[in-house]
Design a protein around this ligand. Sequence first.
Ligand SMILES: NC(=O)c1ccc[n+]([C@@H]2O[C@H](COP(=O)([O-])OP(=O)(O)OC[C@H]3O[C@@H](n4cnc5c(N)ncnc54)[C@H](O)[C@@H]3O)[C@@H](O)[C@H]2O)c1
Ligand SMILES: O=c1ccn([C@@H]2O[C@H](COP(=O)(O)OP(=O)(O)O[C@H]3O[C@H](CO)[C@@H](O)[C@H](O)[C@H]3O)[C@@H](O)[C@H]2O)c(=O)[nH]1
Length: 431
Amino acid sequence: MKIAIAGTGYVGLVTGVCLAEVGHDNVVCVDIDENKVELMKSGKSPIYEADLEELMKKNYSIGRIDYTVDYQSAYKDAEIIMIAVGTPERKDGSANLDYIKKVAKQIASSITKDTLVVIKSTVPIGTNQDIEKYIRKNLKNNVKVEVASNPEFLSQGTAVKDTLNASRIVIGVESLWAQEMLEKVYKPFNQPIVATNRNSAEMIKYASNDFLALKISFMNDIANLCEIVGANIEDVALGMSYDERIGSKFLKAGIGYGGSCFPKDTKALHWLSTHNGYELKTIKAAIEVNECQKLRLVRKASRLVESFEGMKVAVLGLTFKPGTDDLREAPSITNIEYLVDRGANVIAYDPVGIENTKKIFKENIKYTTSIDEAIKDAEACFIMTEWKEIINYDVINYKEKMKKALIFDGRNCYKIEDMKNLGIEYYSIGR
Ligand SMILES: NC(=O)c1ccc[n+]([C@@H]2O[C@H](COP(=O)([O-])OP(=O)(O)OC[C@H]3O[C@@H](n4cnc5c(N)ncnc54)[C@H](O)[C@@H]3O)[C@@H](O)[C@H]2O)c1
Ligand SMILES: O=c1ccn([C@@H]2O[C@H](COP(=O)(O)OP(=O)(O)O[C@H]3O[C@H](CO)[C@@H](O)[C@H](O)[C@H]3O)[C@@H](O)[C@H]2O)c(=O)[nH]1
């Protein structure tokens, strides 16, 4: 079965490689970026993801997967074409479907046999139906084409593991033909399949992400109250987690959620609801809490510090979470902007995110891959990502190397007692 995939980002490349890994022997990944394609052909991954490069090399060398910019040759005789291009946020919060439409147009002009088009990208409810109509209207050759929804649930940093061990495969189909095709594709993964209609499948993706975002915002809200009333959010989360109805995951309070999904997917669903004359009040609250949360620590710091002007400030952790080089919507960006605007000399540390940070801040801040160097002579330090390098760092260094041991920890990396015993002025979230 020939499977073509449009887009080789986190979703497209990982999906392609994992399909090959479980035995599909004719997977072609298409991208418009020639440099990316050349890089992938040479066995290198354009993104930082655990285990990805190893599986790319293995499956490329045995001829199960290939990479190309030539979409026509990739799509023309594919039985399945998966769309995994970006659906970024528009200024008004709605999802921008331009990339999806572009691929749909390329598919319509290329296919020469019956094809199932599968949308893996996160798209607003009704998009699968619209794209099907669009492709059928623009078809160059007289073939059968159907569109099925197959939203993706992988997390960055654990994308390969998540794909090979997915909790469920959601497929949104309108025919038995489409359902059987997708069941065949996913059979080797041996994961539970939830088959619904297309609109429900599209909604499952948004509802899942927005529920998780809401869970985080709820815990951040409670954490802020904990600080006021003298409770400890970590003890509170632990106590809550024993209730199976609540669960133990996504209860971690912090500096707010970031990444390429939660921020845009909460806004897109909220936009869609208001556009349909209904207000999703819970999602609105999740978004608002997150916006405030991102600046909570710098605001606290500015009440304690007279001025940031000329002050050396270390920012530890730049990516939106550990295990990825991605800075999309990372809280670190908002915080660094705040500090730079107020005249701070920021030195930023991250084990893998420096190159992507440079694209955003250029020469406006300094960069390092050493925590020691970042904190040396600094008068304040902000922690934005819970990298293990930061968690495992010997905290005595803050006392010994900083000009003033003043730490604002947005990810609760250290024990309050340890910091207190060392005489470090330490502020974290909800404790
Ligand atoms: N990143 C995640 O963890 C994740 C998880 C689940 C779902 N999603 C959703 O999946 C979609 C893709 O996200 P991503 O993070 O993988 O995107 P990405 O930005 O990392 O990658 C998109 C890729 O598509 C390529 N592209 C653009 N137009 C193209 C075209 N016409 N033909 C071929 N390639 C083209 C781009 O060059 C880029 O390499 C989004 O809708 C996102 O919301 C993402
Ligand atoms: O208890 C928690 C858990 C996460 N976060 C933050 O939430 C954001 C997102 O984290 P995570 O969900 O682990 O990463 P993503 O790669 O963005 O994955 C989410 O978004 C993907 C894209 O849609 C989905 O496929 C995944 O299922 C969904 O978890 C990050 O900034 C985390 O720091 C918290 O603050 N507290």
